[in-house]
Each structure stands twice: as structure tokens, then as C-alpha cells.
Ligand binder design. Structure first.
Ligand code: FAD
Length: 434
């Protein structure tokens, strides 16, 4: 029976290994934790969620929702387990991170065709082909160096930041109230209100706070969706009010009106004992975070279960260096999956792992390459990371409507347009699956 090596049991590697094993292949899965940790992971569990505990929107007419719809059609293991570990999070698919990783780890450990090796892979030469590299944005340095040699200088990096997590018992619920924006959903978020003076004082302290400066790389290109709050503040004192602290649609029950600004907290585990600060990734020093975040009304006595931090992120210039099936142009039996291929996000990473399992299966069976249709969310994500016209200014991307192909006819109404795009995506994917 054909053996396939998968390196990295994160989101992409776990999905890929389980899919390949389901297809009948023998899988050797390398994972270095907990012998060797990354700067962001905390456990030895597979598919650990390093920052937020959300896979984003499940909305029927949203692009992330469509990606999930398609992943379900393709029997994604990660998605099935996410539903098993689901916690209330309004329109988003939120999970209890510990339950989620424990369930994935169990599925992998119990699979008769997956052999787990708890080791660092330090060089691409060390592993037999076919192989899938899914070592993520925090790939071990030695392997990153080996990849740099393999790909040459179009191997890119940027920085990502993590938001703090708070002990629920220490949230002052006399001030923070539960509600979703515009009362959509089931009122899962805590909202901490600020008036103008409190907001201005808060911004000033963020500006003054000591930050951890990255030393080993000269540039810091933050991904827009995961930008640290202090970088947003640098863009202008009101930026946070138009970003994560947007108050509109969040009327304070004590005043009946929306406040000047709001900090939202999202449930982080099933027991609702932990909440994370939505959009509050930061590189402020730990002591400074505690001081500054306790200025937030409702968080005066907050205990932090985890503080925010910042990390290097690594990705390949895929449009230049990878084939359409996500194998290396320098080695057709060496595949890549997950965030290092230039997708951004837990669930996008998962989906590339799923795709690679299909591509490898096609190649091993000498079948013609058949990618998911361009009209689908899967196909659009693949296009975004392999389209050669994107090579020059390649930047990681998550799924969004701009990646889906435009409608053949002009449609001015945005909502109607999105619905039509979704309808086309669904029927295209369904015919591909069939
Ligand atoms: P990972 O899930 O990181 O898995 C890679 C695995 O490979 C790890 O288990 C690692 O231990 C292992 N590994 C690495 N090198 C080796 C080696 N040489 N040998 C053996 N094993 C190895 N996305 C979101 O959607 N929401 C977020 O809130 C979010 N926050 C993030 C915060 C940070 C700090 C970072 C870095 C990224 C964040 N991302 C977030 C982006 C991305 O979605 C996650 O990093 C996601 O986990 C990527 O999935 P992956 O499978 O590619 O990599």
C-alpha cells in the first residue's frame, strides 16, 4: 500500500492526513510538539487553535459560510469536529478549543492507517516522497531554512499577533452587557462600553505603552485582518472606533443608546469560563497589557488567562513556486498545504489540506488533474494562491467575495450579487463532487 508522509499535525496537516487515510493510503504523520514547541502553541494536541477560537462566519450568504458549506460536501473532518465542539458565538462558528483539539487528536490516533511520529523534520531531504508539508506559519527554523534553499529567495514572511483571553468570573457584569450587534444572534458577546473621555485616555495609554519590538527581521508587514491594536492606533486615534471598537448596533441597556466605543468579548470555551478580546491582537509588553486593558470599563479587575503576543509568519510565493496542484515546481511529489501556501485563517488552511489530499490521490492514480471549479469557494481560494498574475505582490488572503469570479451580468445590488455568486458556487461544486 502506498505510503505518504505528512509533516505537521496542525489544521491543514490533520485534515490532509485523515482524508488520505480515508482514501486508503498509509500515512506517516510527523508532529514535533510537545518535544519542540512553537512560540504560539501551548499543548501537544493536534490542530491546536493558537489565537481566536472561531472559524468565522457560518452565514449562508457569506464567503466563509460558503467555504464551510463546500467543506461539508467534501466531508471535512475538521469541520465535523468543530460542530461537535461548538460554543455559542452568534453567526460565527466558535469552538471550545480544548474539546476541539482533543477530538481531532483522538480521531487521528485511532485511525488504523495513520502512524504518528513525534519528531522535528529538519530538512526536506529527510523525508520520502510523496510528502505534504503542512508546518504552518511557525515552521521550525531548520525546515524553514531547508525550504528557503529549495525555493530560493521568493520565500516570504510577515508578522501575526494574538489577542488576550480573560477569566469570565472577573468580568464586571454590572457594566459589561451581553448582546450581538443589532441584536442579531443569541446575545453571546460581552460588550464593554466607553465614553469619549475613557476612549481618549485609553488610546493615549496604548500609544505610551512599551511594545515588544521584533528583532530578527527588518520589516513588519501585518496582515490586515490580524493587525495589532497599536499599529491601528498609529494610523490615527479614531481607527479603533471604526475597527474592533465599533459601537454601532450595540445599545447599552443602561442608556438605551450606543456608547462612544465598545470592546467585545467572545466566549472562548464550552463552559463559558473564558472570553477573548475580539480584534485585540497586541505586541504591548505583558505588564503593560494588564495595566492598559484594566482601563476598559467592566475589566477593572480582569484576570488574564493568556496575554497577547506577536509572531513571525511564513509563506511561500505560491503563484511563482507551486504548481496548480500545490506541489513544488522543483519537485512534483512534494506538496504544500495550510497557511504556508499563502492562505490566511484556520479554516482556509484546513481547506488546502483537504484539496491536497484529492490532488495527491489523482496524481497517484494517474488521473487528470481536476481542481475544484473556479466558481466555487474552494476553486477561488486555490486560484488566489496559484494565479501567476498575483506573484509579484503576493500577500496571504482569506476567503472573501472578491476572490469569487464576477457575475456574467452586472448586478448593482450587493446582497443580490452575493446570493447569485453563492448559487453559482454551490451548483458548480455539486457537479464537481458528483
Ligand atoms: P498550524 O496549525 O500551525 O500547524 C502546523 C504544525 O506543524 C504545528 O502543529 C507545528 O507544531 C508543526 N511543525 C512545524 N514545523 C515542524 C517540523 N519541522 N517538524 C514537525 N512538525 C512541525 N487564523 C485564524 O483563523 N484566526 C486566528 O485567530 C489566527 N491567529 C493566529 C495567530 C498567530 C500567532 C499565528 C502565527 C497565526 C494565526 N492564524 C489565525 C493563522 C492561521 O490560521 C493559523 O496559524 C493556522 O493554525 C494555520 O494552520 P496550519 O495547518 O497551516 O498550521
Amino acid at each position: 500500500n502506498q505510503k505518504i508522509t505528512v509533516v505537521g499535525a496542525g489544521l491543514a496537516g490533520s485534515e490532509c492526513a485523515l482524508q488520505l487515510a480515508d482514501l486508503g493510503y498509509e500515512v506517516v504523520l510527523f508532529e514535533m510538539r510537545d518535544k519542540t514547541m512553537t512560540p504560539a502553541h501551548k499543548t501537544a494536541k493536534f490542530a491546536e487553535l493558537v489565537c481566536s477560537n472561531s472559524f468565522g462566519s457560518m452565514g449562508e450568504h457569506s464567503a466563509p459560510g460558503q467555504l464551510k458549506w463546500e467543506a461539508q460536501k467534501l466531508n471535512s473532518h475538521i469541520l465535523q469536529v468543530a460542530y461537535e465542539a461548538q460554543v455559542p458565538a452568534g453567526q460565527a462558528l466558535g469552538m471550545d478549543r480544548e474539546v476541539f483539539s482533543a477530538l481531532i487528536t483522538e480521531r487521528i490516533k485511532n485511525h488504523p492507517r495513520i502512524e504518528i511520529r513525534n519528531d522535528v523534520v529538519s530538512s526536506l531531504d529527510q523525508i520520502p516522497r510523496p510528502a505534504v508539508i503542512a508546518t504552518g506559519p511557525l515552521t521550525h527554523d531548520s525546515l524553514a531554512e531547508s525550504m528557503r534553499q529549495h525555493f530560493g529567495d521568493e520565500f516570504l514572511y510577515f508578522f501575526d499577533a494574538i489577542a488576550p483571553i480573560i477569566d469570565a468570573d472577573t468580568i464586571n457584569t454590572d457594566i459589561a452587557w451581553k448582546a450581538d450587534r443589532y441584536d442579531k444572534g443569541t446575545g453571546d458577546y460581552y460588550n464593554c462600553p466607553m465614553n469619549k473621555e475613557q476612549y481618549n485616555a485609553f488610546i493615549e495609554e496604548i500609544q505610551k505603552a512599551r511594545k515588544i519590538e521584533p528583532k530578527d527581521f527588518e520589516t513588519t508587514d501585518f496582515f490586515e485582518g490580524c493587525m495589532p491594536i497599536e499599529v491601528m492606533v498609529e494610523r490615527g486615534p479614531q481607527t479603533l472606533r471604526f475597527g474592533p471598537m465599533k459601537p454601532i448596533g450595540l445599545d447599552d441597556p443602561r442608556t438605551g443608546r450606543y456608547p462612544w466605543a465598545v470592546v467585545q468579548l467572545r466566549q472562548d470555551n464550552k463552559e463559558a469560563t473564558a472570553y477573548n478580546m475580539v480584534g485585540f491582537q497586541t505586541r504591548m509588553a505583558y505588564g503593560e497589557q494588564v495595566r492598559v486593558f484594566r482601563m476598559i470599563p467592566g475589566l477593572e479587575n480582569a484576570e488574564f488567562l493568556k496575554l497577547g503576543s506577536i509572531h513571525r509568519n511564513l509563506f511561500i510565493n505560491s503563484p511563482k513556486r507551486l504548481n496548480k496542484d500545490l506541489s513544488s515546481k522543483n519537485d512534483p511529489w512534494l506538496f504544500f498545504a495550510g497557511q504556508i501556501t499563502g492562505v490566511e485563517g484556520y479554516f482556509e488552511s484546513t481547506c488546502t489540506g483537504l484539496m491536497v489530499s484529492r490532488f495527491l490521490d489523482q496524481k497517484l492514480k494517474d488521473k487528470p488533474f481536476s481542481p475544484p471549479p473556479r466558481e466555487s469557494a474552494f476553486g477561488s481560494l486555490l486560484e488566489a494562491i496559484t494565479d501567476p498574475t498575483r506573484a509579484e505582490h503576493f500577500q496571504p488572503t482569506n476567503i472573501n467575495f472578491a476572490l469569487l469570479p464576477p457575475l456574467p451580468e452586472k448586478e448593482r445590488d450587493k446582497e443580490v450579487r452575493k446570493k447569485k455568486q453563492i448559487t453559482i458556487a454551490r451548483s458548480a461544486l455539486e457537479s464537481w463532487v458528483n
